[in-house]
Design a protein around this ligand. Structure first.
Ligand SMILES: C[S@@+](CC[C@H](N)C(=O)[O-])C[C@H]1O[C@@H](n2cnc3c(N)ncnc32)[C@H](O)[C@@H]1O
Length: 217
């Protein structure tokens, strides 16, 4: 391929994949539909299988994307209410559509909001989850502190990432998606601890480079 065409192809790919950071427009709608299946589904189920999910109360999913994990959380915790937040209008619309029945029954809410300023009172949630999203969060320690603020004392924060920062693929993605950072387990431990979390536990699937980190308020 000519150099100019290689540049155009890279630019197009970068434009398409930047929708993983903030889904917008046509490609954003394609991306959130894709996020609800494929490798995200297997990895989310793996992460959820590693923790005790509260059997009742309020659970928050931050960067909820297409809303598949809100549905998974409700399946695994039939007496809890779930709230999804995402700063992308496209993600919020898709999450609401996927969970319309539960929203109608009052078990699920989806709000447009950034992790930087969560629209909830202190000490609200028994658990907060973040699947495939912390890579994009601004000022990571402040973002984690904001998650900690809305958790109840003893509440658990679950982070699940498809790339543990040690796969060798992370540089390719970070170059393609502006503002992305793939955290290693050690980096997450340091930042969670700086935000005030305790009892930080790291789980890895070394063959797939999947990473699951839990931390307690
Ligand atoms: C790769 S998608 C993952 C979606 C979903 N959690 C999943 O696993 O399928 C990342 C999502 O995080 C959201 N996101 C990124 N940064 C965010 C922020 N600062 N506040 C709220 N949502 C954010 C994006 O809009 C996008 O919907």
């Amino acid at each position: 391929m000519e150099k100019k065409n290689v540049g155009l192809a890279k630019g197009l790919l970068s434009k398409i994949f930047s929708n993983t950071r903030k889904p917008e427009g046509f490609w954003g709608r394609m991306m959130v539909a894709g996020m609800n299946g494929g490798s995200h589904a297997a990895m989310a189920s793996w992460g959820l299988g590693l923790v005790n999910i509260p059997t009742e109360g309020e659970i928050l999913d931050i960067g909820c994307g297409g809303g598949a994990n809100l549905a998974r959380l409700m399946d695994r915790s039939p007496r809890a209410n779930v709230t999804g937040v995402d700063y992308s209008v496209v993600s919020v619309e898709k999450s609401r559509k996927v969970n319309a029945a539960a929203i109608g029954k009052g078990r699920c809410k989806v709000l447009e909001a950034s992790v930087s300023s969560l629209p909830f009172k202190d000490d609200t949630f028994g658990m907060a989850t973040a699947f495939e999203t912390v890579y994009f969060w601004p000022e990571i320690v402040k973002s984690f502190a904001e998650v900690r603020r809305v958790l109840m004392p003893g509440g658990k924060f679950l982070i699940v990432n498809e790339d543990d920062g040690l796969s060798g693929n992370n540089e390719k993605w970070e170059k393609m998606i502006e503002g992305m950072h793939t955290y290693t387990p050690g980096e997450l431990e340091t930042h969670l601890s700086a935000a005030g979390f305790r009892d930080i536990t790291v789980h890895r699937d070394e063959s797939k480079h999947w990473l699951c980190v839990t931390a307690v308020k």
